[in-house]
Design a protein around this ligand. Sequence first.
Ligand SMILES: [Zn+2]
Length: 277
Amino acid sequence: MTIERNSKVSKPKEALSCCGILQAFSMDLPLAANLFLLLSAPFVGSFLDLLCERWPRAEPFLLGRSRCDHCGHDLKWRDLIPVASWIIAGGRCRYCGARVPGRHPIVEISALAIAIWSQAALPIQIAWIGMIFGWVLLALALIDLRSLWLPNALTLPLGLAGLLVAWVIAPERELDHVIGAILGYAMLVAIAFFYRRYRGREGLGEGDPRLFGALGAWVGWQGLGTVLLYAGIAGLLSLLIQARMGRTVELTTRLSFGPYLCLGGWLTWLYGPLYLE
Ligand SMILES: [Zn+2]
């Protein structure tokens, strides 16, 4: 049995060549937008890290990190350069010596990696869309990982943006994406319902169906199976790694499924759905 990509379904790269709307843009505008987003990627990562830490606790995050979380000392611009400040200070606060968690630079590097990945995988006209899509997925994954929460304020606009992007890239396939959004949401609501009914407890988070619906808006109904497949494989791999590292994972352990859905949605949007022949 071989697995191959179906060329007839929505893939941004191929859809673009058959649609003239974006070609009408001057090349300079996308180039400038891409360069700007690429250079700001580590700063976006820094902001996302703060957002994902403070939003679930209902703390202000819009003005950025201005004080050390430990000693409250005002941070200067040279304490706030993504990755570099953390490395130069040896992973500690320069004023009180408290350890600054390594997840800060990891999120900054992840945001940069998403930007570079988008540039490498997508045509220049839509690479900037890929970057923003990837960053929103990164934020959702981090919030779910840290707080087991998928905010509607992110999943709902993400779904609307998916429909809009699909309409701009390939308007003739818009219906596939509308069906993808509805079907994605309905599938996970149904799975959660039957799980609750037969196992007597919650199997999925409340936000998972909305996230899957939003991803359906991006990848179309043809991509839903692939998103679930990637998410399932990534989730299982992560469980195996955690079990090997000595963490007890039981059937009743609450796990976030959002990060794996985000990864599945990202890969499927970039490379198209897989089909079994
Ligand atoms: Zn400090």
